[in-house]
Design a binder for this molecule. Structure first.
Ligand SMILES: Nc1ncnc2c1ncn2[C@@H]1O[C@H](COP(=O)(O)OP(=O)(O)OP(=O)(O)O)[C@@H](O)[C@H]1O
Length: 680
């Protein structure tokens, strides 16, 4: 067997503990390790003269070691090692704390480059705990790896050298050479060698392109294979002449054009034999639930059942009430299945469902997926909210024969990324808000203005409206943050003593949460102090003010979602972002948020600020393990990989040809890592 595919513990220095640390990063073999791509590089190429290098800012200087001083024991457990060096013009001191090995490796008379921050006076510059390498080292860029507890950068570097050595001994490239030539890509060993030991920027870009190509290609191949498989099956077909007029007539509002268009697209899907696989994407408050209700109506009128799955109980309950409101006057029977229902009630619901006495079942994912039998499941709607990856979506395909599938997603995502992540789906976009919505006014202020902000919140509540105050944390102990519980107490006793204040956080029991949400919705509470449990989907149109504490702690898209809890009716809404942070990045985020309410623009800015991995806030998004920040804008590469995937599968639909074996293994591995084992 190729040694690259042995357990990672085959590498020198990898004991049980380190192997576990690697496993946490999804690395089981030296081959996996090779795809652990550096987060960034320490660039030693352009040293600055010590005299003019900036102080307290990361920089690189060069120096010849002139003297090594004896160890200084400052106190028990703290030893300081110092060496003096010169860059020809000025002298400086290199200082290490407790790091004998780094100090010991420096040799008097040799010249090194040091990366770190310079401190000290004009006469005596010092550089503390620098990273360094010999000035004549052929590779002057040191990779910086994403780490986890139990791993350090030097450990990963050392293991990586060995893994690269194995690859050199037994060169391996899973990409068929025809594809490699067609798209003018370098070989895998070349790409990996350069990415882990780069010599120059242009070659590095080539190497990254190759790795991104592979990652995107594998993603697309897997999706196409799953899709082809479900296409080979047939779904229940419905009647295109099904009359939606009664549904439209009973809506309490006029649907937007975007809603009508999406409903037509979805119902069009339902009339085909190929199981539908559609994403309904809409900005916060764009009215996705009404579209879902229309699809359920259509399905029911054709004699089939629908399931709507939400990520939390609060949302499931809310969707249940909304759908029930839309559909039960039309004679459609809607049921709710959540974990906090008494066992007897759950049984009753399941029995009714099985007997065909329920047309629509709303619930949490786990409950609907487990032991729930639908005699005629025509449509599965998943309110995904970006919580779930490729794997879960695919797993649904196995449920109840082959129902049509509709995924609802609230965060608008840039088109390139949508193609990458949802390459397997057709997309309907709600790009229009209901008429009469006023853009939310957003202000970023410091804590000094908190009392004034409270005053403003009170004035809105005096006018009969409701408000949210959001804090990021729930555990005590984070000293810089007031825990939400004590914060709520403080508000109840102080600024909001005259108002009805509710509290909602993630550690409460589902039934309690639901009760608080129900009272807030019914207008029995004026103010809801909460954590981000309100982030997704919660819909209380009378709530018009949101005040967010420590707003710098949230990502842009998350703030957009949070803010979207207000501005859901016709009244003017306001969002006050409180922050005392001085960090440029968080200020930039708040600036973007104050200047626009367009979810697509915000998503694009967020992607630029954070890169696609963090953008979804989940390891399960199925995105390739390459830092694709700039590649997300590279439509060309996405198109090329789509084309390549189609060509490969046209010739070999299941990748059974020996030239595609390695590629197949890569695809299966990628999907298995994301929880989808159906490709095996
Ligand atoms: N065409 C419309 N005209 C007026 N109000 C509408 C229209 N469509 C939906 N609404 C109302 O707008 C609010 C938001 O709708 P809904 O909860 O479906 O939004 P959403 O798209 O799920 O948003 P989010 O992702 O933020 O939860 C609801 O109160 C709903 O009743």
């Amino acid at each position: 067997m190729n040694e690259l595919f042995r357990p990672i513990s085959a590498l020198r220095g990898v004991g049980e503990k380190r192997a576990k640390a690697y496993a946490r990063l999804g690395i089981q073999t030296p081959y996996d390790l090779l795809f652990h791509i550096p987060r960034s590089y320490l660039d030693f190429r352009n040293p600055e003269p010590v005299l003019s290098a900036p102080l307290d800012t990361p920089c690189v200087v060069e120096g010849c070691i002139t003297r090594k001083l004896p160890e200084q024991r400052i106190r028990k457990g703290l030893s300081v090692f110092k060496a003096t060096a010169t860059d020809g013009e000025s002298d400086f001191t290199v200082v290490f704390y407790n790091n004998f090995y780094a100090f010991d490796a420096l040799k008097v008379g040799e010249t090194y480059r040091f990366a770190g921050k310079l401190t000290g006076t004009l006469l005596r510059r010092e550089i503390h705990s620098p990273q360094y390498l010999r000035a004549d080292c052929p590779v002057l860029m040191k990779p910086v790896y994403p780490l986890t507890n139990g791993l350090t950068n030097p450990m990963v570097q050392a293991n990586m050298r060995q893994a690269l050595e194995l690859l050199r001994r037994e060169p391996f490239d899973g990409l068929p050479s025809g594809i490699r030539r067609q798209y003018d890509l370098c070989t895998l060993p070349e790409a990996l060698g350069v990415v882990h030991q780069p010599a120059s920027e242009p070659i590095l870009q080539e190497a990254k392109r190759r790795l991104a190509f592979d990652a995107l290609l594998q993603l697309q191949l897997g999706m196409l294979m799953l899709r082809n498989r479900s296409r080979a099956q047939t779904a229940y077909t419905m009647d295109p002449d099904t009359d939606l007029t009664p549904f439209y007539a009973s809506l309490p509002f006029a649907p937007t054009n975007a809603q009508k268009r999406s409903i037509a697209e979805i119902c069009g899907d339902l009339c085909r034999t190929v199981p539908a696989n559609r994403l309904l994407q809409g900005d916060v408050g764009s009215g996705k639930t009404a579209v879902a209700a229309a699809a359920c109506y259509f399905t029911c009128k054709n004699g089939f059942q629908s399931a709507l799955m939400a990520p939390t109980e609060i949302l499931a309950t809310q969707h249940y009430h909304t759908l029930e409101g839309f559909l039960s006057p039309l004679g459609i029977r809607v049921g709710l299945l959540t974990g906090s229902l008494p066992a007897k009630e759950k049984r009753r619901i399941r029995t009714a469902l099985q007997a065909g006495e329920l047309d629509v079942l709303v619930g949490t994912h786990a409950l609907i997926q487990k032991d729930t039998v639908f005699p005629a499941l025509g449509l599965v709607i998943t309110d995904e909210q970006h919580r779930f990856g490729v794997g879960q979506r695919a797993a649904l395909a196995q449920k109840g024969g082959t129902p049509h599938k509709l995924v609802m997603s609230a965060t608008p995502i840039p088109r390139t990324l949508a193609l990458i992540v949802y390459g397997d789906l057709d997309i309907s976009v709600l790009d229009e808000l209901p008429v009469g919505r006023l853009p939310i006014r957003t202000y970023a202020v410091t804590g000094k203005l908190r009392q004034r902000a409270y005053g403003f919140v009170r004035s809105r509540m005096d006018a009969g409206e409701q408000a949210y105050i959001v804090c990021p944390m729930i555990e005590e102990g984070e000293s810089d943050l007031l825990a939400v519980t004590s914060y709520a107490e403080q508000l109840r006793a102080g600024a909001f003593a005259a108002y009805r204040v509710g509290l909602l956080h993630g550690k409460m029991k589902p039934a309690e949460k639901e009760q608080v949400m129900a009272s807030f919705k019914a207008g029995e509470l004026d103010l809801l102090v909460c954590t981000t449990v309100v982030e997704v989907g919660v819909d209380v149109p009378n709530a018009t003010v949101m005040l967010i504490e420590n707003s710098e702690r949230f990502g842009l898209s998350q703030l957009h979602q949070l803010r979207g809890r207000v501005g859901r009716g016709s009244k003017q809404s306001h969002c006050i972002l409180i922050t005392d942070s001085t960090s440029e990045e968080s200020r930039e985020r708040l600036r973007v948020l104050s200047s626009t309410t367009d979810g697509f623009r915000i998503a694009e800015e967020d992607l630029k600020l954070r890169g696609p991995g963090d953008f979804f806030g989940s390891a399960q998004h199925g995105l390739p393990p390459v830092h694709l920040a700039e590649l997300a804008e590279d439509m060309e590469l996405v198109r090329q990989t789509q084309q390549a995937a189609r060509d490969i599968l046209e010739a070999d639909p299941q990748l059974r040809d020996p030239v595609n074996h390695a590629l197949r293994a890569d695809v299966v591995r990628l999907y298995a890592r994301n929880g989808e084992n159906g490709l095996n």
